[in-house]
Design a protein around this ligand. Structure first.
Ligand SMILES: [Zn+2]
Length: 487
């Protein structure tokens, strides 16, 4: 009788718990006014960014294809444009073109911080299809500066240089040492630039209190149901794996094909991989992100997010619907390149496909490769698997420490009304190269954009608003001033 009663009462209790948790799932956006003694001049910063864009610092996979002369000219321009940075900071070049600046602090007991960006950009694609030439640095009447690198990421580099130059003009000297590092090959993996810089720091026993690199931004309408500006600070990056799946079979004339061809075997492997996707999991970083943004979402999302103890499987299924949500909760599978024969009537003796995987936090290229072998039934099918490139997922930087709080505070000062949250970067940056010298690595670009602006990165018509140039220089000025007081 008693058990029967408890069974009847259970749904009622569950509903009450769900309702209470939903009602208590609240958060405020702190209102912290900006507090900068004086900001660099925006017109000057915009003019300098416009000039910086004119250097064609395009990096290529094959270093011989890169026009290093452009980097030399760019660095000469930096030295001339920022005379105090040039004369008062200690400059070192590593990996031939990566720049390191050391602004010595007055208190050598404090761990330094590292602020990074990269000098290189991706190729412009078809220059004719740009509204304004990609290396012109044109300012349009509606208040945008156009060109390759304006968002990714000469803005960060120029903002840092403007800020430091401005602070030096005002005889500011930091307590804590500040290092600036500007890589030269981030867009092609950072293996010569950031890797050399990180080795430089490691050899000298330099460890950083925290590092800030490019990454997330303040973005509008990036998450369905979330309408406030979302300040996404990358605290981790997914890993990377390219596998080539190939099959060798008898080729020949296509008028007498066998039942299974090389291309058929490879196609079957791809079909199996697409059908049996990697499992879904809500790891710590996305979980924390939804915890922070959840209170600002519509009621039906709040019910789910406040009660993940019950609704996690449902929530994972919603996210798995595709795009960024799916990429946040599983290792993704993307077949990218395929090869067979060169003629319609010739069966290939060798067929191959490259599949690109982006690995979840906590997994590894080895584990992913093992699973792929099982899914494609490598023990039974004549498929060879070759690893082309692999990066382990990054470590996760904490979001509950003084350094993250300092960063959040600075973001709220310059971008009031935004919701700051850690997030998992789906792409890669140079930052991961510094894991040996820093355990608090954050990835954030101080500009406020929407999806249509972000779509221009690595594409046509990349541009930045003058307002964002102003925000970016104010952010770094505020950050360095905050460092004096709060860390
Ligand atoms: Zn970049």
């Amino acid at each position: 009788m008693l058990i029967n009663l408890a069974l009847w009462a259970l749904p009622g209790i569950v509903i009450i718990v769900i309702a209470l948790r939903t009602l208590l799932f609240k958060a405020d956006i702190p209102d912290i006014p900006a507090d900068i003694s004086s900001s660099p001049d925006v017109q000057t910063a915009a003019r300098h960014l416009g000039e910086a864009v004119q250097f064609r610092t395009i990096s290529h996979d094959i270093p011989e294809l890169t026009d290093w002369n452009e980097f030399t000219k760019f660095q000469k321009w930096i030295a001339e444009t920022y005379p105090l940075v040039e004369s008062r900071l200690k400059k070192t070049t590593v990996g031939n073109f990566t720049l390191i600046y050391h602004w010595e602090g007055s208190d050598s007991q404090l761990d330094p911080i590292l602020l990074t960006a990269h000098q290189d950009v991706v190729p412009p694609g078809d220059e004719e299809s740009w509204k304004y030439p990609p290396f012109s640095g044109t300012v349009s009447e509606d208040g945008y500066l156009w060109g390759r690198g304006t968002l990714d990421i000469k803005i960060q580099m120029i903002s840092l240089l403007e800020t430091v130059e401005h602070l030096l003009q005002r005889h500011f000297s930091p307590k804590r040492s500040i290092y600036l590092t500007f890589g030269h090959d981030e867009e092609v993996g950072g293996k010569d630039g950031a890797a050399a810089a990180s080795a430089y720091y490691q050899e000298r026993g330099i460890r950083f209190a925290f590092l800030l690199d490019e990454g997330g931004a303040v973005a509008d309408n990036m998450i369905s149901g979330f309408s406030l500006p979302f300040a996404a600070v990358g605290v981790a990056e997914k890993g990377y794996l390219d596998l080539e799946l190939s099959c060798s079979q008898k080729g020949g004339h296509s008028s007498m094909p066998p039942t299974r061809t090389a291309l058929g075997y490879v196609s079957r492997a791809v079909a199996r991989l697409e059908k049996r996707q990697f499992p879904l999991s809500l790891t710590a970083v996305p979980r924390e992100m939804f915890k922070r943004i959840g209170p600002f979402m519509p009621f039906y999302y709040r019910i789910i997010l406040a009660n993940l103890w019950l609704f996690k499987p449902l929530f994972l299924l919603i996210l798995a619907g595709g795009g960024a949500g799916n990429a946040m909760v599983r290792t993704t599978t993307a077949p990218t390149m395929a090869a067979g024969s060169d003629a319609p009537n010739v069966m290939p003796s060798f067929a191959s496909v490259v599949v690109n995987f982006r690995l979840m936090t906590g997994s590894s290229p080895e584990a992913a490769e093992k699973r792929v072998g099982k899914v494609i039934r490598q023990d039974r099918e004549p498929i060879a698997v070759k690893r082309l490139m692999a990066n382990t997922p990054s470590k996760v930087s904490p979001a509950d420490c003084r350094e993250f709080t300092l960063l959040s505070r600075t973001i709220l000062q310059i971008f009031p009304g935004s919701v700051v949250s850690p997030y998992l970067m789906l792409g890669g940056t140079d930052a991961v190269k510094y894991q040996n010298v820093c355990s608090r690595i954050y990835r954030f670009c101080p500009y406020h954009v929407d999806a249509s602006e972000l779509d221009r990165i690595h594409a046509c018509d990349e541009r930045i608003s003058l307002d964002n140039i102003s925000k970016s220089v104010s952010f770094f000025t505020q950050l360095i001033e905050n460092l004096e007081n709060s860390l």
